[in-house]
Structure formats: structure tokens, C-alpha cells
Design a protein around this ligand. Structure first.
Ligand code: ATP
Length: 277
């Protein structure tokens, strides 16, 4: 069966720099796929490129069997692509439920006809979507709270629920665990796995290696815009290229263990360690 999302040589160039450089990546239906890499590796750029928030310079992306390069962000959302942003912006004067309601309304050109003919039916459907998204993420009890009254972890979960409110086929999460403590991160991990049983495929970027290695079925590693490794968590964890470039073992240790030449990314190792838990 074809992948839900597949890119081929996807390249995004910013002023001469390839933020994504010929990225080949597949996200199979019903899987939780992770994308990791050092700061500035191009992870957010990839989500931007897939969801229509930046221009693809060359290469292709297909979603659900359909080329999406020429579609704008709204058209991609209609196809079933949804995302979160690193900086979580909730409407502070709206209750959690209403924050989700805004996102639930995937408007079609004929929506106004529906609204005229069956006004209550449309609203009921949106309400149900919101209740569903809250329950899938396990935060139904927060529905009537204002964002200002929530902890950072709860706000992050509201952000994930909001991305689900339009009932996407694929949700792309940009650092949902940033700023969460261990308990909150473990709760998030359980909720992300549970999305798969609701027919939602998940694509996850995060610096919390415990989270990514524990929850993902499949992981891609990006460095300087290029995919440097791909495999199961166990394969990625033991890949000397990944260890040298990213996972925190010093280049010298990797060299000694593998008997290989010195990694060219050794100087980046120290700077990324601070963000890898
Ligand atoms: P982080 O882990 O810090 O969030 P990242 O892996 O998500 O980093 P990106 O944010 O995708 O990395 O950035 C990749 C590269 O592209 C960086 O060098 C960044 O400075 C550059 N970049 C990102 N967005 C733009 C933009 N809109 N214009 C110009 N350069 C950009």
C-alpha cells in the first residue's frame, strides 16, 4: 500500500542554504514517525514544506496518493493535514472548548448552504469533533477552563487537541514536549500512541529523546538538511553516524568504539547536548 506521506528529493532553499536537501521520507499509515536532528537541521522547515507554510524549491511531496506541491496551506488542511507550531498560541479569552471549535471548522465553499439548510446539524458536528479531540488527548475535564488557568503541560495538550479538532489523517507535531516535565512528557507519549487507534497517523519532531525513542515506530535523522539515518528506534540509537552527529557520544568515543575515522560533526556534538535529555 502506498505511504500516507511520501517525499522525493524535497528541497527547500533559503538564500543559498538548503534547509531541506533532497529529503526522501515516507510516513506509513497508522504509524508514529519521528524526525530528530540538531538545532537548525531543518526539522521545522520540513513541516512547513509539507503543510504549505513555505515554498518547496525542488522535489515532490505526495499526501494520500495526491501531489501537494501546488496546493496552498488551506487546501492541504482540507485533504487532512494538520500541524502544531513551536510557539503555542491559544486564544487566551476563549475557553478551551472554543479554542478547539475555531479549528474544527474545516470550511468548504458550500458550507454556507449547509448552514442555511441545517444550521443545528453543522454546529452539532463541530461540537462532536471538539469533544472527540478533547477525549482522545485525555483532557475533556479542561473543556470549560480558560488557557490562563492551565499549566504549561496542559496548554501543550490543548495545542495537540486543537490540531486534531479538524479530524486530520496526519498530524505533524513540532516539539509538543518542549517545556514539559517527565510526568507530563510520559502522559503525552501515551496520548500520542493512542491517536493511532483513532486512525490518525502521527509525525513528531522533538528534542526529548526519551519521548521520541520510546513512542516512535520509525525515526528519520536530519543533519544540515539531509537525512543521515533512518530506521527503528533501536537502529537509530546504535547508528554510529547518529551518535557522532547528534546523540551526544563524543566523536572520540564513537571513533574508538567503531574504529572509524573522526566524525566531521564532532564540533556540533557539544552544542546539541544541552537540548537532548
Ligand atoms: P530547531 O531544532 O532549532 O527548531 P530545526 O531543525 O527546526 O531547528 P529549521 O528551523 O527548519 O531547523 O531551520 C533550518 C535552517 O533554515 C536554519 O539554518 C534556519 O536559520 C534556516 N531558516 C529557517 N526558516 C527560515 C526562513 N524563513 N528564512 C531563512 N532561513 C530560514
Amino acid at each position: 500500500m502506498s505511504a500516507l506521506l511520501e517525499t522525493s528529493a524535497l528541497t527547500v532553499t533559503y538564500g543559498g542554504l538548503n534547509a531541506n536537501d533532497a529529503v526522501d521520507l515516507r510516513v506509513e499509515r497508522g504509524k508514529l514517525v519521528g524526525l530528530i536532528g540538531p538545532n537548525g537541521a531543518g526539522k521545522t522547515t520540513f513541516i512547513d514544506a509539507i503543510t504549505g507554510f513555505t515554498h518547496v524549491s525542488s522535489g515532490t511531496a505526495e499526501f494520500d496518493g495526491q501531489p501537494i506541491n501546488d496546493l496552498n496551506a488551506a487546501a492541504r488542511a482540507h485533504l487532512g493535514l494538520s500541524r502544531t507550531f513551536q510557539s503555542l498560541e491559544l486564544f487566551e479569552d476563549l475557553r478551551v472548548r472554543d479554542n478547539l471549535l475555531v479549528a474544527a471548522e474545516r470550511r468548504q465553499w458550500y458550507s454556507f448552504l449547509n448552514d442555511m439548510l441545517r444550521p443545528r446539524a453543522g454546529q452539532r458536528a463541530y461540537d462532536e469533533q471538539v469533544e472527540w479531540a478533547l477525549s482522545v488527548v485525555g483532557i475533556s475535564e479542561l473543556a470549560d477552563r480558560l488557557p490562563v488557568d492551565l499549566s504549561h503541560g496542559q496548554r501543550k495538550l490543548v495545542g495537540v487537541a486543537r490540531a486534531l479538532a479538524a479530524q486530520p489523517k496526519l498530524v505533524l507535531l513540532d516539539e509538543p514536549a518542549a517545556g514539559l516535565d517527565t510526568a507530563e512528557s510520559q502522559l503525552l507519549a501515551r496520548q500520542l500512541r493512542s491517536l493511532l487507534s483513532h486512525d490518525i497517523t502521527v509525525f513528531l519532531i522533538d528534542h526529548d529523546m526519551g519521548l521520541v525513542l520510546n513512542v516512535c515506530d520509525d525515526i528519520y535523522v536530519l543533519d544540515f538538511g539531509r537525512v543521515i539515518a533512518h530506521g527503528t528506534p533501536a537502529e537509530v540509537r546504535s547508528d554510529p553516524v547518529v551518535i557522532g552527529a547528534y546523540l551526544g557520544e563524543s566523536a572520540g568515543e564513537a571513533q574508538a568504539r567503531e574504529g572509524t575515522a573522526h566524525s566531521s560533526h564532532g564540533d556540533r556534538t557539544g552544542s546539541t547536548n544541552g537540548r537532548v535529555r
